[in-house]
Design a protein around this ligand. Structure first.
Ligand code: ADP
Length: 492
């Protein structure tokens, strides 16, 4: 099976997808793509720059009017067909993702392909929800609003969940009548390109174009292209701000899904088993913690601390870290040497903090074939404070910090003492406390006694430094991928 993923990556090597066809970059430049589990470059991706961006945007522009004229439900049907096709290709896409991201095939890659296919199918059914309003303005004037497509949308994604993020951006944009030019992440270009290639079976040429390339050269050129009238972006706060500046120069709207430092609060009366399981899911150990919503700060009532840490460690200790293609592996590799160094840096900071203890967990592979792999044993810190860089800055690794509190108000204050505001969870059997927490936590996505990942039709998006706008829902499609026109008809 590994051969299949390698072979597929070779056929997609050095290509963009522009105007319905695989195309080589105009300047003929490629860059190597790493298999982070083995440390080997396994293929090369096309290095896009302004000329490729322009070709893709022109293709999108050329196709957009006809695409927008199709009835919305027809567009939706085609998008839903792509979702079905992705389900049929689940294994192939999962293997390709596994190869380029080092995420474990069983715990992550297959799950993500199926979640992405679900998003395509979900949005495919929402064409008829692109409704406007009638407004009681004056009895002899018919006053209404209608939602219209914006035009060409530029979409930029990172590498951690490439197919899910691709779906969250492409599907609502297309169903709303826009055409898309997407730039994939440098580290994970192939599964996104393969989805775009498969999608051509149903989408007219030019409706969905995918480029690979580096941030400033390719992503920057996309943001700055005059014909791109909306940017939807997921990535770091720093890049989000650069994009927001460029978009402001053009006066175009942006949706920005940025980082997080998501708190998990476990109150004195919580069901400890559920909370421990919630932490295993919340820290996204199986994704090497590479998630914006990683529960990287766990605030636990002092009375539960030792028991909670012991049970959490026992669960993570049972996890196998190694060959991502192995069906028994729970945790794969970190995506890149840069990210590996960053995770190590934060672990070192924590280890050097007086009073703190790093609990290393999980069974690391000893297979010499993976000796160069970017594997990190999960670390659960105790004894750190909320002021530590480990608790303040986004690590994007399998690292969490368990910190104690005595009073409910103290827990809420610590949770909110962050520049981020993406997600938060609270664990308690006390209904009043649960409700209070949902009202007081500064986050865009708050859950009680569970830790679900992004779900179709539940608006997802952060506040504060975690970004602007919502994704995953009908609201996200209507509010972020259309523009409203007000129409007044004098009936006299
Ligand atoms: P991460 O640390 O998750 O890789 P980044 O924000 O650096 O986050 O990257 C997310 C995406 O943004 C990637 O596709 C990257 O190539 C792109 N990117 C990086 N810098 C820029 C930029 N200046 N303009 C547009 N896109 C960029």
């Amino acid at each position: 099976m590994i051969v299949t993923a390698h072979a597929l990556a070779k056929t997609l090597s050095g290509k963009h997808l522009i105007d319905g066809k695989l195309a080589s970059p105009q300047l003929g430049k490629n860059f190597p793509v790493l298999n982070p589990a083995t440390g080997e470059d396994f293929s090369e991706a096309a290095s896009g720059e302004a000329g490729d961006v322009n070709a893709a945007v022109q293709a999108a522009l050329k196709s957009q009017k006809a695409w927008a004229k199709k009835p919305a439900r027809e567009r939706g049907k085609l998008v839903a067909e792509v979702g079905r096709l992705l389900s049929e290709h689940q294994e192939e896409l999962a293997q390709l993702m596994c190869l380029e991201t080092g995420k474990a095939i069983r715990t992550e890659c297959r799950v993500e392909v199926s979640a992405a296919a679900d998003i395509w199918t979900f949005y495919g059914g929402l064409g008829s929800e692109l409704k406007g309003e009638t407004i009681p303005f004056s009895h002899d004037m018919l006053t209404l609003t209608q939602r219209e497509p914006i035009g060409v949308v530029g979409a930029i994604i990172p590498w951690n969940v490439p197919l899910l993020l691709m779906a969250l951006k492409v599907c609502p944009a297309l169903v709303a009548g826009n055409c898309v030019v997407m730039k994939s992440a440098e580290e994970a270009p192939f599964c996104v390109l393969r989805v775009a290639e498969l999608a051509q079976k149903f989408l007219p040429p030019g409706v969905l174009n995918v480029l690979s390339g580096f941030g400033p050269e390719c992503g920057g050129a996309l943001v700055e292209h005059p014909a791109v009238r909306k940017i939807t972006f997921t990535g770091s706060v720093e890049t989000g701000k650069i994009i927001a500046h460029s978009a402001a120069e053009k006066l175009i709207p942006t949706t920005l899904e940025l980082g997080g430092k998501s708190p998990m609060i476990v109150l004195e009366d919580a069901d400890l088993d559920r909370a421990v399981q919630g932490a295993v899911i919340g820290v996204r150990f199986t994704r090497q913690g590479q998630s914006c919503t990683c529960a990287s700060r766990i605030f636990i009532h002092r009375s539960l601390h030792d028991e909670f840490v012991a049970r959490l460690m026992a669960k993570v200790n049972a996890m196998k870290i190694g060959n991502p293609f192995d069906e028994t592996t729970d945790i794969g590799s970190i995506i890149s040497p840069q990210q590996f160094a960053r995770v190590r840096k934060y672990i070192d900071i924590g280890e050097k903090t007086p009073g703190a203890k790093a609990h290393y967990c999980g069974q690391l592979t000893k297979d010499p074939q993976f000796a160069q792999g970017l594997f990190v044993q999960p670390v659960i810190f105790t004894g750190l404070t909320n002021a530590s860089p480990v608790a303040r800055e986004e690590i994007f690794g399998p690292v969490t910090s368990v910190m104690m509190f005595d009073e409910f108000d103290e827990a809420i204050a610590m949770a909110n003492d962050s520049s981020y505001g993406l997600a938060a969870t609270v664990w308690t059997r006390d209904l009043a406390k649960a409700l209070q927490a949902t009202q007081r936590l500064e986050a865009g996505f708050v859950q009680v006694n569970q830790n679900l990942v992004v779900q179709a039709n539940l608006s997802y998006g952060g506040i504060k430094d975690s970004g602007l706008g919502k994704e995953a829902s009908c609201e996200a499609m209507c509010e972020h991928f259309t523009q409203k026109k007000t129409i007044i008809i004098n009936m006299r």
